[in-house]
Design a protein around this ligand. Structure first.
Ligand code: NAD
Length: 297
């Protein structure tokens, strides 16, 4: 049986760790939050008292932490000094490319195999085991990474070498952030023009305006029953998280000398919505700001 150490059991990691346990793997879990850890234990994971204890006899270590600084410190101070060198290290958090490459080179220098493997799909897909993974790793390690990821995934694609998974994630979420604002602006304009936004959804879904933000995650309540717009924009992918990813894209663009003017504008609009109190709402709630409304508690 594969022994998996799972570190970071929040909105995403909780469901992902549960799917590892469901697949029959022996999961040793750890989170700083006792409530998150207890929930994982209830889902079939073993309880570790520290990261060091969780990783000490692991075949694979999976991390799902908030941001780059968490990943850097957990790897440098706890995982690399305590995991067996044979353990495959897989970081699924969304972090900056530079941190991913720095952790990869420290891990490699210490004799480990490492992959950055951020995910797309949100909490529903984390619970269902249907996330998409974009992986940055040595080509020779990809089959082993795919095997570790399997119980959590519907698609696993190797993007390239270390850091390429994070690059793919940042670029994907920049598309998503921009396209959501485009869809919201069009819905708000349709409303002002006296066109029923639900009718506009039906038409544009079958026209050249079709995109994921419109047809799978419609920000206007009604047309897509599973979308957060139908539950007052609760759950889903928080505006604060989208803002973090757009900031990562802007930082990466500035360092690489890439022109991303729409990404910059999207970051500014989500930052404004965050300032207005929308940070905890699903990112599609930016529709309300574009309609001239303030976020509802
Ligand atoms: P979260 O805040 O719910 O979970 C993070 C967990 O990490 C928390 O439970 C926290 O206690 C734990 N943690 C922090 N520092 C720790 C440490 N030193 N040791 C052990 N545990 C520690 O966040 P989330 O929504 O699960 O997101 C996790 C990552 O996944 C983020 O990088 C996010 O950008 C990315 N992501 C989130 C979504 C989404 O829809 N929520 C979708 C795709 C990707």
């Amino acid at each position: 049986m594969t022994r998996v150490a799972f570190i970071g059991l929040g909105n995403m990691g909780g469901g992902m760790a549960a799917n590892q346990a469901k697949a029959g793997r022996e999961v040793m879990a750890f989170d700083l939050s006792a409530a998150a850890l207890d929930k994982a234990v209830g889902a079939g994971c073993g309880k570790a008292a520290s990261v060091a204890e969780a990783v000490k006899s692991a075949d694979a270590v999976i991390t799902m932490l908030p941001a780059g600084p968490h990943v850097r410190s957990v790897y440098a101070e706890q995982i690399l000094p305590n995991a067996p060198k044979s353990a495959l290290l897989v970081d699924c958090s969304t972090i900056d490319v530079e941190s991913a490459r720095a952790v990869a080179s420290q891990a490699k220098a210490a004799g480990f195999r490492f992959a950055d493997a951020p995910v797309s799909g949100g909490t529903a897909a984390a619970d269902a085991g249907t996330l998409a993974f974009m992986v940055g790793c040595d080509e020779a390690d990809f089959a082993a990474v795919e095997e570790v990821i399997k119980p959590m995934s519907r698609a696993t694609i190797r993007a390239g070498d270390h850091g390429a998974g994070q690059a793919a994630k940042i670029c994907n979420n920049m598309v998503l952030g921009i396209s959501m604002i485009g869809v919201c602006e069009a819905l708000a304009l349709a409303e002002k023009l006296g066109l029923d936004p639900v009718k506009f959804h039906e038409i544009s879904s079958q026209s050249s305006g079709q995109c994921w933000s419109l047809t799978s995650y419609c920000p206007w309540p009604g047309p897509v029953p599973t979308a957060p717009s139908n539950r007052n924009y609760e759950g889903g992918f928080a505006t604060g998280m989208m803002l973090k990813d757009l900031k990562l894209a802007q930082e990466a663009a500035a360092k690489a000398g890439a022109a991303t003017p729409l990404g910059a504008t999207a970051e500014g609009l989500y930052a404004l919505f965050d300032r207005l109190g929308g940070g905890g709402k699903d990112f599609s709630a930016i529709l309300e700001m574009l309609r001239g409304n303030t976020p509802q508690a």
